[in-house]
Design a protein around this ligand. Structure first.
Ligand SMILES: Nc1nc2c(c(=O)[nH]1)N[C@H]1C(S)=C(S)[C@@H](COP(=O)(O)OP(=O)(O)OC[C@H]3O[C@@H](n4cnc5c(=O)[nH]c(N)nc54)[C@H](O)[C@@H]3O)O[C@H]1N2
Ligand SMILES: Nc1nc2c(c(=O)[nH]1)N[C@H]1C(S)=C(S)[C@@H](COP(=O)(O)OP(=O)(O)OC[C@H]3O[C@@H](n4cnc5c(=O)[nH]c(N)nc54)[C@H](O)[C@@H]3O)O[C@H]1N2
Ligand SMILES: [Mo]
Length: 820
């Protein structure tokens, strides 16, 4: 057994392997100080909840408390590995400031109350609003961090019970573009590829995805391939010097917001060099001619000019992608959170379609998810879409759903596409949405343009319910706060970015009176007396397993078919990839083998949208364009970002993440090892841009956009000139000072991609000025994309409190009977 400082060495020891071999096992574990494996009373099956990778783990329990975690050697996703957030993040569950009782606002103050008072206040207000105005007064804003059973229950309540169209998730900020890009190209959500494609690929391309920091275990899989025989070539497209960029064979650092131009330049070269699969294109796709015509306008010199990348580098990248025999690509927020998000992500699908590289080992696209269960939000329809990838514009699909729920079809709103989150907040601002129920998300830190969000949440006349673990910035603005049970305190299923379904089981009791989100939604459904058309309860399940069984029926025959999965099977086998049914009892590694798609006009989830205006394509247009249900190649012209840099605001501001924190830090900020690794906000600047304002490492600067100002210490890095980067993890105030704001979203703009409606967190124009020189370095990690140029900055380390075990090789101490 080896120990490592998992803060200083987040990816751990290499276990090299070659193409087509199985990724070796390495079991990572971390127990509380003073606890040994012998002291653990029970290991309970779970899955990681601080990213979308879906790493399987066991929770160690002693005396009714969580005392540690261990990766599961037998699971297809991580083969035993855990990342630093998984190794230390569980400590937040036992934080002494967890919410333990409901709160209601009385004379302006939040005061403790009992469940009955809190829930009857919510049900009472709902009834009043339904009587006064009808369903359009009710909005629900949920998350990508609950469990499948919870989302499905919420979706049935909102769509089938209350008949409101105003239901969305924070997945709108996160992976709406993944869904939209898959719907554009394949007419349905559903990840084509599999993590196992990384075992086979000879070229791996990461588009706007800092996998090393955001799916750290998946990155160890890439590192292990790079360390093994016949390693793949790695292409990185990111303006920052991320660990991915440092490991890459080729790194392109485009100007933010120019991804479409870059992709068109790459496709121009690939098509003109004839690196395409004509047979595949003719047999399995529509739309190639338009793409060929469109990309003719983007010779490498033009793309180079727009993106600020040398034309020769674009040619090199095109050769790499064009001559790959097994290409695996991933796409994430560098593409998704910009003004042409869907158009850019679709070009990655096009790359795979023109090269015929789908549905075979090593030939996969991963339009990545971010949050642990964003996939379930989308499947269950808690993002406003209809459950099980049904098509809101297809009356047959509405009728089918109505049959499953035993209600009249007209109770399911489908007069227009579901209301997206940014529009829900707009309606709340205008006063037509009068109740907003927020679960598992902290919009007062994570939505764009916070000054506006604060004023909406504080509005007189908007009844705000917040369901969370902590009294977050958002909860502080609520009328009712409901204390939720956390990971480890409840049971349910979670599906990761490669369609792997895991069971995550309850290990300990929630603190105080906290309840699972499922129990809260079930209580609400009962109080509202939601009925089917025979007078029976609309929500007829009572616990996680019966909710899962109901969901299975809803998913039967659809692309995300769960009908062949049971809790017992998940306990026995670990992760299973959907679709899984009678015909495919072991699940499905890759979608679209043999060029079969879910795109038939009568079956598909979506007819697509216009990439420029976002207008939905009409059913008749779709039938005419794609009668045989092939994959759709959609071309796009590059459009300039909405907010341009200027003399006043000369820098491109991008925002994002660091390895050690998760989002608004409600959990990672309460894990001492993680908090110490990145204790406060910083801003990354290039040496030239820092010099321009007379700043150097650690100096205090102010970052300003037309929306607001933030103060942060400067970290000087190898970031592309002209670009500044702010992590968005830090809430309102500078903790030492209490006067200057520090949340990145004080600066971001209320604007979104027309097709996916995903907000633009990654292109704004900003001005950075020096506030004062300081002689301590920025509080930014040195192990990550924020690695300093200044060699004197002390390296990020966790020390004695951050040791974790790593055990290579097959596990000897995990007999099957012992597993959860
Ligand atoms: N440690 C950690 N891991 C996480 C999370 C977390 O908070 N912390 N959150 C999870 C969630 S919900 C998500 S959505 C994922 C997000 O995972 P990622 O998408 O990997 O993370 P980001 O930091 O948002 O953005 C990725 C990269 O996009 C680059 N970028 C910015 N603008 C552009 C551009 O115009 N073009 C290109 N090509 N690149 C650009 C940035 O420099 C950044 O390195 O991470 C998940 N995993
Ligand atoms: N500037 C900028 N802004 C961004 C992004 C960016 O890159 N830049 N990224 C966007 C993206 S991709 C995302 S995903 C969002 C994330 O933004 P948020 O969703 O707002 O971030 P979190 O901090 O994860 O908030 C989740 C909340 O749920 C609570 N919670 C955790 N588990 C449970 C549970 O089981 N039940 C309940 N009821 N509550 C629970 C947590 O305590 C926390 O308060 O931010 C978006 N905002
Ligand atoms: Mo996300």
């Amino acid at each position: 057994m080896e120990r490592r400082d998992a803060i200083a060495d987040p990816w751990g020891a290499r276990t090299p392997y070659g193409p087509g071999e199985q990724w070796p096992v390495r079991v990572d574990s971390r127990l509380a100080d003073g606890v040994g494996e012998r002291d653990v009373e029970r290991w309970v099956r779970a899955v990681s909840l601080l990213h979308s990778n879906g790493d399987a783990m066991d929770i160690a329990v002693r005396d009714g408390r969580v005392v540690g975690v261990r990766g599961r050697a037998d699971d297809r996703v991580n083969r035993g590995r855990l990342d630093p957030k998984d190794l230390f993040g569980w400590q937040a569950g036992a934080a002494d400031d967890r919410l333990t009782r409901p709160l209601v606002r009385v004379n302006g103050e939040l005061v403790e109350t009992d469940w009955d008072t809190a829930m009857s206040r919510i049900a009472g207000r709902t009834r009043e609003l339904l009587d006064e105005q009808g369903p359009s007064a009710l909005g629900f804003y949920t998350t990508g961090q609950l469990m499948l059973e919870e989302y499905y229950t919420l979706a049935v309540i909102a769509h089938g019970g209350l008949s409101t169209n105003h239901l969305d998730g924070n997945t709108r900020m996160c992976t709406a573009t993944a869904a939209a890009a898959l719907k554009e190209s394949f007419a349905s959500d559903g990840q084509p590829g599999s993590y196992a494609d990384l075992d086979h690929a000879d070229v791996i391309a990461l588009f706007g995805h800092n996998m090393a920091e955001t799916q750290a275990v998946l990155w160890t899989r890439v590192l292990d391939r790079l360390a093994g025989p016949n390693p793949p070539a790695l292409l990185c497209v990111d303006p920052r010097p991320s660990p991915v960029a440092r490991a890459a064979t080729l790194h392109l650092a485009p100007r933010p917001g120019t991804n479409v131009a870059l992709m068109n330049g790459l496709l121009h070269e690939i098509i003109s060099a004839g690196h395409i699969d004509r047979g595949y294109i003719d047999a399995h796709t529509v739309g190639f001619d338009e793409l060929e015509k469109r990309v003719k306008e983007y010779p490498p010199e033009r793309a180079a000019e727009i993106c600020g990348v040398p034309a020769e580098r674009i040619r090199e990248a095109a050769r790499l992608l064009g001559t790959a025999e097994r290409l695996t690509s991933t796409v994430l927020q560098g593409f998704y959170q910009s003004h042409q998000a869907t158009a850019a992500a679709v070009q990655v699908n096009n790359l795979h379609l023109v090269r015929g590289m789908l549905g075979r080992p090593g030939c996969g696209v991963l339009q990545m998810n971010g949050q642990p269960t964003a996939q379930n939000t989308r499947e269950c329809g808690a993002d406003g879409d209809l459950p099980a990838f049904r098509n809101w514009a297809n009356d047959e699909h509405i009728a089918e759903l109505a049959r499953i729920w035993n209600i009249e079809p007209d109770r399911i709103p489908h007069y227009a596409p579901p209301t997206h989150a940014m529009q829900i907040f707009r309606y709340a601002e205008q006063g037509s949405i009068r109740m907003l129920w927020i679960s598992g998300t902290n919009p007062a830190v994570s939505l764009p343009e916070l000054a506006r969000i604060r004023s909406i949440l504080a509005r007189e006349g908007l009844f705000v319910v917040v369901q969370d673990l902590f009294l977050t910035e958002t909860a502080q603005l609520a009328d009712v706060v409901l204390p939720a049970a956390a990971w480890g305190e409840k049971t349910g299923t979670c599906t990761n970015a490669d369609r792997t379904v895991h069971l995550c089981e309850q290990a300990v009791e929630p603190p105080g009176e906290a309840r699972s989100d499922l129990d809260i939604f079930l209580d609400f459904a009962a109080r509202m007396e939601l009925k089917d058309k025979d007078g029976g309860p609309l929500v007829h399940w009572t616990d996680p397993e019966s909710a899962f069984e109901a969901w299975k029926e809803c998913s039967r025959g659809r692309p995300c078919d769960y009908s062949g999965i049971t809790y017992a099977k998940l306990r026995e086998r670990g992760g299973i990839q959907w679709p899984c049914d009678d015909r495919r009892p072991d699940g499905t590694e890759r979608l679209y083998a043999g060029g079969e798609f879910f795109a038939d006009p009568g079956y598909c989830e979506s007819y697509g949208r216009d990439l420029v205006t976002g207008a939905p394509v009409e059913p008749v247009e779709y039938r005419a364009m794609n009668p045989a249900g092939k994959a759709i190649i959609k071309a796009a012209a590059y459009l300039t970002p909405h907010e341009q840099t200027s003399e006043d605001h000369p820098l491109h501001l991008i925002t994002g993440r660091t390895l050690y924190h998760f989002h608004t830090r409600t959990r990672t900020g309460r894990a001492p090892q993680l908090q110490r690794a990145a204790p406060d906000v910083w801003v990354e600047l290039s040496a030239a841009d820092a010099a321009e304002i007379g700043a150097s490492e650690g100096d205090l600067v102010e970052v300003a956009t037309p929306r607001g100002k933030v103060r942060a210490k400067a970290r000087v890095t190898e970031i592309r000139d002209g670009v500044a980067f702010l992590p968005f993890h830090y809430g309102y105030w500078d903790e030492d000072d209490g006067t200057h704001r520090r949340a990145a979203n004080e600066l971001t703009i209320t604007d979104w991609d027309p097709a996916s409606k995903q907000p633009i967190f990654k292109t704004a124009a900003a001005r950075v000025t020096l506030v004062r020189s300081e002689d301590t370095p920025a509080p930014a990690p040195t192990t990550t994309a924020s690695a300093p140029l200044d060699a004197d900055v002390a390296p990020t380390e966790g020390g004695a409190s951050a040791l974790a075990d790593q055990r290579p090789g097959p596990p000897t101490d995990q007999p099957p009977g012992e597993r959860g």
